[in-house]
Design a protein around this ligand. Structure first.
Ligand SMILES: Cc1ncc(COP(=O)(O)O)c(C=O)c1O
Length: 397
């Protein structure tokens, strides 16, 4: 059935100057009170109204289990794989459904060989879900963690390339740093890893859905994204891309639905074979009747908007935010080193005390991560929101 909200988004599209479609603010699709200026999508995105509806219908289904058929254990998951693959540019069968980034990263860690004396490369202050598992793998394999120092100018890529060597078994990296959006050029990293025969694991939690990802050029061994930020999904849902060369590996769990002909509930024999593809890495109870329909609705909306159009819109908002901060004499990373949907603002001498509270009192929501004020807008933010942010920022100085 056509979705009326998608149809409405269709009407508001135009071609922008750089050829991507431009989108009008989509605030009406979210349940955000007028007085709330929410600029913290990198923390948790609000759900679309249509996603909440899909989730409600999903949870209600279990009031009527007699209506749930064996094929329902597979169909929504199949549609989620389809949508995820169109966001990533992969085949649907390359996608596993996972409950968190850490689950996907633990799957990657289980399936990549590391020898004594090898190193695993991570960024300084990388998100813990993409650090603890490698720390443990390094300990268990007599390997070392090699931490790339934070660059003063925002150029992680040069520092990462310098850290890679013939002993690099894995580079476990994000597309942009979660604390301030500083970018890693994953294409260059992949190129170097090809020469060194190292594996690339990417955490796209802070980027997939908001900025383009070129699968053909980056060719990660594994790529994961928790869905509750830029994919607008519910908490405890996520996507794992698995390169075909790792699709015969060892899953963390051995759930029944990944096995061949699992949909035949009347046949109670054990199955030894898995269905082909990445679904062997799915979390148990992958059908998750409450959350998967909600995730599907969110991914469908993102596919409908299109990532290039989202990226263009968010880049315009962050440009305005960055200019407001610069006008006040604050330091902002050069746009060529930061993701289009992030602004990290640094204060000379560190953030003023009580900064977060000050913003919150004014109903303006931003993040403070380390030394940076992290401002991450989305399509629901209007020009008024951006003006309010600038006003409140000025008042904190
Ligand atoms: C870069 C990054 N990765 C992963 C996560 C979430 O990890 P998990 O799903 O394991 O809780 C976050 C949450 O802020 C994040 O910023």
């Amino acid at each position: 059935m056509p979705n009326p909200e998608c149809a409405c988004a269709e009407k508001t599209r135009h071609l922008s100057l750089n050829g991507t479609r431009s989108l009008a603010p989509q605030r009406d699709l979210f349940d955000i009170p007028e007085e709330v200026c929410y600029l913290n999508c990198a923390y948790i995105s609000p759900l679309l109204k249509s996603t909440v509806e899909a989730g409600k219908q999903g949870i209600e289904r279990k009031s009527r289990p007699w209506e749930i058929r064996p094929s329902d254990f597979f169909s929504t998951a199949g549609e989620v794989r389809q949508m995820a693959s169109s966001l990533l540019g992969s085949a649907p069968s390359d996608i596993a459904i996972v409950p968190s980034a850490s689950y996907g990263l633990a799957t990657a860690a289980r399936n990549l060989p590391v020898q004594p004396g090898d190193n695993i490369v991570v960024l300084a202050e990388q998100y813990p879900s993409n650090f603890y598992i490698w720390e443990r793998l390094a300990e268990r394999s007599a390997a070392t963690i090699r931490t790339v120092p934070r660059p003063l100018n925002g150029d992680w890529t040069s520092n990462v390339l310098e850290a890679l060597d013939s002993k690099t078994a894995i580079a476990a990296l994000p597309h942009c740093h979660w604390s301030d959006g500083t970018l890693v050029d994953l294409r260059q990293v992949r190129h170097r890893l090809d020469e060194l025969r190292g594996a690339l694991v990417v955490d796209l939690t802070q980027s997939l859905g908001a900025m383009r990802f070129n699968l053909d050029q980056i060719r990660p061994d594994f790529a994961v994204a928790a869905a509750y930020k830029w994919l607008l999904g519910p908490y405890s849902t996520g996507l794992l891309y698995v390169d075909p060369r790792h699709q015969r590996g060892e899953p963390l769990e051995l759930p029944i639905f990944s096995r061949k002909n699992a949909a035949d509930f009347s046949d109670i024999r054990y199955r030894t074979e898995f269905e082909p593809g990445a679904c062997r890495y799915d979390v148990g109870e992958v059908a998750n009747f409450a959350l998967l329909p909600a995730l599907l609705r969110a991914l469908t909306q993102i596919v409908e908007w299109g990532i290039p159009a989202i990226e263009t819109e968010l880049a315009q908002r962050t440009h305005t935010i960055a200019n407001s901060a610069k006008t006040l004499g604050l330091e902002v990373i050069d746009s060529k080193f930061r993701a289009p949907h992030f602004v990290g603002v640094r204060f000379p001498g560190g953030p003023p005390p009580g900064l977060a509270e000050h913003f919150r009192t004014e109903n303006v929501y931003v993040g403070i991560r380390g030394n940076a004020l992290r401002v991450t807008p989305y399509l629901y933010n209007t020009e008024e929101d951006l003006a309010r942010f600038a006003q409140v920022l000025r008042a904190t100085l």
